[in-house]
Design a protein around this ligand. Structure first.
Ligand SMILES: [Zn+2]
Length: 253
């Protein structure tokens, strides 16, 4: 049995028995890990409020290869994200990211770029005062990249032609836009020019810049639906995050 220490982000917390909790985290060094925090639900728990979802923490735990639930020894809060917790829309984005990680990431596969992406998305969300959905779209596009998927938004995915298109057709199965000719042979989604422009920006720009982009309500709806359909098609185990429905209901502003 080894004693491991690493930085982690808590993605879910669940009660276990009368006195304990189970947490799932993504760690900087060891990938996704499930841990039991014994006595965490007792009044005098040494873990205090450290086990809340989205907390960035420093973890110490006992690791044994033969078991799938590791034993938490110590958990100290590094970042509690006060602003995300006090704003329902920000919280919806944070928890939607957590749900994606719960459903799509394999356990114990180290992935530091993913850890850094989640941290950056939450840090930026904490600091911004507007356009929270950008943090979610930024996370989704970079997660695709890390997972080996691309979205081609510059030329026809089938024949490669670059041309100014009157209608924009996006093929979920091919992973990119299609010209009018190729689009007639496939099932495609029509996107507005504005949506395509915003998608290009989301794919190419830094998150801090994206918070300043203007997007109409129509574009917010189109892009949210596009990402949902894309993930649905390409990832086994993907479910539309429940927290996202909360975001959609308040996103009209
Ligand atoms: Zn084509």
């Amino acid at each position: 049995m080894a004693l491991l220490e690493t930085e982690a982000i808590i993605i879910i917390e669940m009660p276990q028995g009368d006195t304990s909790k189970i947490i799932r985290v993504i760690t900087r060094d060891y990938g996704k890990v499930s841990l039991i925090a014994k006595g965490a639900r007792t009044f005098k728990s040494r873990f205090g409020g450290a086990l809340e979802p989205l907390n960035v923490v420093n973890l110490v735990y006992y690791y044994k290869e033969s078991r799938n639930l590791q034993l938490l020894s110590k958990c100290d809060i590094i970042q509690h994200y006060e602003s995300i917790r006090s704003d329902l829309q920000k919280l919806a984005v944070g928890l939607s990211i957590a749900e994606i990680l719960i459903n799509l990431i394999m356990e114990e596969e180290p992935n530091e770029p993913l850890f850094n992406l989640v941290k950056l998305s939450l840090d930026s969300l904490e600091g911004t005062k507007k356009r929270y959905e950008m943090a979610y779209w930024y996370f989704l596009t970079r997660f695709l990249h890390i997972s080996g998927f691309g979205m081609n938004v510059h030329n026809c995915q089938k024949c490669g032609k670059i041309r100014e298109l009157l209608d924009i057709h996006f093929s979920i199965s091919s992973g990119g836009i299609l010209c009018n000719k190729c689009a007639s042979k496939e099932s495609v989604r029509r996107l507005s020019r504005e949506t395509m422009q915003v998608l290009r920006q989301v794919l190419s720009q830094k998150l801090e810049t994206l918070f300043n982009i203007k997007a109409s309500q129509k574009t917010v709806k189109e892009l949210t639906a596009l990402f949902d359909a894309f993930y649905q098609y390409h990832f086994d185990g993907y479910k539309t995050p429940q927290a996202l429905q909360l975001l959609n209901s308040v996103i009209v502003r």
